[in-house]
Design a protein around this ligand. Structure first.
Ligand code: FES
Ligand code: FES
Length: 164
């Protein structure tokens, strides 16, 4: 018999406080997409293998398909919807993916962009090898990865230029 029990969950999503009721075993991915309407985060494998569902929790990239929603209690969650600045401009990572053709069908892109955002926060000037290692958990069927590595390098350069 499925449990109908619900638990309260509060966290900050893309800068706004959210409060909802979730099943104790709910995945963060489902709460984001189905309950909170943040459908930019994609489900690929549902098993922690593809990275399509990557979001940042307290600045750390996690696979939201494996992340228990209740573990987000009191934390800060950033999804691709939260990357634009207050003026609505795309982040440097998003701009670089567009400029360099780092997105084709686009299914992997939200996860790639979030993983790249986390990577550049940790290492603002990664080498090609460090980029490939940093994105090893994110799979892309379309691009062959070369454009993605180029996009990450461009994002690092843009971020360095725009840093105050
Ligand atoms: S959907 Fe989460 S890692 Fe593939
Ligand atoms: S752009 Fe299609 S899977 Fe990456």
């Amino acid at each position: 018999m499925r449990s109908t029990m619900r638990a309260e969950l509060r966290f900050t999503l893309n800068g706004a406080a959210v409060e909802t009721m979730v099943r104790p075993q709910a995945r963060l991915l489902d709460v984001l997409r189905d309950t909170l309407g943040a459908t930019g985060t994609k489900e690929g494998c549902g098993e922690g293998e593809c990275g399509a569902c990557t979001v940042l929790v307290d600045g750390r990239a996690v696979a939201s398909c494996l992340f228990p929603a209740l573990e987000a209690e009191g934390k800060t969650v950033l999804t691709v919807e939260g990357l634009r600045n207050a003026s609505g401009e795309l982040s440097v990572v998003q701009r670089a993916f567009v400029d360099k053709g780092g997105t084709q069908c686009g299914f992997c892109t939200p996860g790639m962009v979030m993983a790249t955002t986390a990577l550049l926060q940790e290492n603002p000037s990664p080498s090609d090898d460090e980029i490939r290692a940093g994105l090893v958990g994110n799979l892309c069927r379309c691009t062959g990865y070369v454009q993605i590595v180029d996009a990450v390098k461009q994002a690092a350069e843009l971020a360095a230029k725009e840093r105050p």
